[in-house]
Ligand binder design. Structure first.
Ligand code: ZN
Length: 285
């Protein structure tokens, strides 16, 4: 299934892409896509419901304002330096164990919302990433069983303020957590629809110029390893988002470095997971 969340009359509604590629309003199903939904095996219930009801659900004809494809989760966990060439462009060694950091859940936003360059920022950067959505509570899971805990995948732009992240001391979380720094979606694609998550093309264009162009085949630590590894240190809950890292081609890696300015247009995508487009705007207020 390919499901999504969107704004309708001031509230968040839910949608599904049908077999003909049409987007249907499934708000009559009556449940948001969140921790509780996944915890109650909502994907199975929804699949059964859709068999009977999807074709009578209204087709969404107007332009869709997408929300994040899952409701605010308990955690957004990110893996750093998980592509060798990106580690190199960042001037860092490829890690021996996954580099783990958090992103504030308030950074979450819809896939096509403006990215707000934070107050006092001069190094706001982009990072196209494959994100994993956890389907059930995971604690001390083995690598062999780890995929049982994955519900699906989505596209994520792990926006990063490099000065906040790397020059202000302490943890990377400071540069990763501003409002609008976690556009997620448009689609939550269930894992059965992704034949091989370790062979997906991912790309990002800045003002029409290709900056990132890679494949998840180049991940240093693969998804089962990451899920198992994280579950040693914390309990993963349904709906939690794990962003698997970005390939080379971020602004910090350019010569000279290139950071976002108001008016920049950032477009990105991953095979089968859809595309996002953001316009950079200055913080106001
Ligand atoms: Zn990242």
């Amino acid at each position: 299934m390919k499901i999504f969340r969107f704004e309708k009359e001031g509230t968040i509604s839910q949608g599904m892409v049908d077999k003909d590629g049409q987007k249907r309003d499934i708000s009559s199903f009556g449940h948001d896509i969140n921790e509780d939904f996944l915890h109650q095996n909502g994907l199975i219930t929804l699949a059964e419901w859709a068999k009977k009801n999807l074709e009578s659900c209204p087709i969404i004809s107007e332009d869709i304002t997408y929300s994040s494809c899952v409701a605010r989760p308990s955690k957004i966990i990110c893996i750093g330096l998980n592509y060798a060439k990106h580690a190199k462009e960042s001037g860092m060694e490829a890690p021996k164990e996954p580099v783990v950091f958090f992103k504030s859940t308030t950074a979450l936003c819809g896939p096509n919302e403006n990215v707000i360059i934070p107050r006092n920022s001069y190094k706001t950067d982009w990072e196209v990433e494959l994100a994993v959505i956890i389907g059930k509570k995971a604690s001390y899971v083995t690598e062999a069983n780890a995929m049982d805990y994955v519900a699906g995948y989505c596209l994520h732009n792990d926006y990063s303020e490099r000065a906040f992240q790397l020059e202000r001391s302490g943890q990377w979380v400071k540069g990763k957590s501003a409002d609008s720094f976690a556009p997620l979606g448009p689609f939550f694609v269930t894992k059965d629809e992704v034949a091989d998550p370790h062979n997906l093309h991912l790309w990002l264009d800045l003002n029409g110029k290709r900056m990132q162009d890679s494949s998840t085949a180049d991940l240093i630590f693969n998804i089962p390893h990451i899920v198992s590894y994280l579950s040693e240190f914390m309990t993963l809950l349904p709906g939690d988002v794990i962003s698997t890292g970005t390939p080379e081609g971020v602004g910090m890696g350019q010569k000279p470095q290139r950071y976002l300015v108001p008016g920049d247009v950032i477009k990105l995508g991953i095979d089968g997971l859809g595309e996002q487009e953001q316009t950079a705007v200055a913080y106001a207020g």
